[in-house]
Design a protein around this ligand. Structure first.
Ligand SMILES: Nc1ncnc2c1ncn2[C@@H]1O[C@H](COP(=O)(O)OP(=O)(O)OP(=O)(O)O)[C@@H](O)[C@H]1O
Length: 298
């Protein structure tokens, strides 16, 4: 895997001149093929960071390099999936995906674009619904069309902003499974915002925990040590699941506020810690020695 396929250095964003930055000193790397989830309280700047990565918004400071090129504006190299699926209502499922495919490869004949689109529609479990219009689809189906469309342009990086936030729990589970399958098949690099800690543990290789804004930053990078073969049904049986889950919840309930209070009292922004809470203490120390850097015990 390429180290730091995406590299973010010293990112900050200030909306109001003279006001405090929403976030500052945000630095991280994402490897090619890695799935990263971001969790943090409302208003810490998750969507703003995603928009900067997408090139839809300019940062106030810092730099984003993807695949050795600076991100300066939107590009079909990055696919975006929002909570509201934003499908074109006059097009069928197939038409919506083909439209994206043809904007990526305008030189392709229609038949080739359709064949390509159908492959991704099938991957998200919508075979048979190709000719339905968005108004004939459930929320979960619409979101799957959005995912098929984003994957179909084979972006170098997929950015997802709470893509399942509007779905009921059952549908959400089904679409998460589809996403896991399609990521395993395509080795897609993903940066996804979620408020759901279980979803993050199921999907992510790494979970970024953001401290509260203003002056937010990435306080912790939590490495998901659970086996890649985890499934929604089986992961609850692994003791690592509870260690990781408790660690995430504890951050949201306690540590994020403690960091905020320390900063309000004049302290500096926290230095990003890398933690492996799924491992027991002995395994954590061995892992820290292996990786060559020391890590705080979770
Ligand atoms: N266009 C804008 N103009 C001014 N302020 C903005 C703008 N967009 C976002 N903000 C402010 O920046 C802060 C971060 O917003 P952002 O949407 O990035 O947070 P978030 O972590 O994604 O929140 P949520 O979890 O509620 O979606 C908020 O205080 C928000 O009010």
């Amino acid at each position: 895997m390429d180290k730091n396929f995406l590299s973010v250095e010293g990112l900050s964003k200030r909306y109001a001149a003279g006001g405090p930055p929403v976030f500052e000193q945000v630095s991280f790397g994402i490897e090619r093929g890695e799935f990263v989830c971001v969790i943090g309280h409302s208003g810490c700047g998750k969507t703003t960071i995603l928009n900067v990565l997408a090139g839809l918004e300019a940062a106030s400071g810092g730099v984003v390099i993807m695949d050795q090129r600076e991100v300066r504006g939107p590009s079909l190299d990055r696919g975006v999936v929002f909570q509201s699926h934003a499908l074109m209502p006059w097009f069928s499922v197939l038409g919506n995906v083909v439209f994206a495919v043809r904007s990526r490869w305008p030189e392709w004949p229609r038949a080739k674009a359709e064949e390509h689109a159908r492959r991704f529609i099938e991957m998200v479990g919508l075979k048979g619904a190709e000719h339905k219009k968005p108004s004939e689809l459930s929320g979960g189906m619409k979101q799957r069309v959005g995912i098929a469309r984003a994957f179909s342009i084979e972006p170098k990086m997929l950015l997802m902003d709470e893509p399942f936030g509007a779905l009921d729990a059952l549908t959400r589970g089904v679409v998460q499974d589809e996403l896991l399958k399609i990521c395993a098949a395509t080795r897609q690099t993903v940066f996804m915002i979620t408020h759901d800690v279980d979803e993050a543990i199921l999907l992510a290789d790494k979970i970024f925990l953001m401290s509260n804004g203003p002056h937010a930053s990435i306080a912790e990078v939590v490495v998901n040590t659970m086996p890649k073969t985890r499934t929604r049904e089986s992961m609850h049986h692994d003791p690592q699941f509870y260690r990781i889950r408790n660690h995430l919840v504890d951050f949201l309930v306690h540590r994020s506020r403690q960091i905020q209070a320390a900063q309000a009292a004049g302290g500096a922004a926290p230095v990003t810690r890398v933690v492996r809470p799924g491992l027991d203490n002995e395994a954590q120390q061995a892992s820290a020695q292996d990786s060559g850097f020391s890590q705080a015990a979770a």
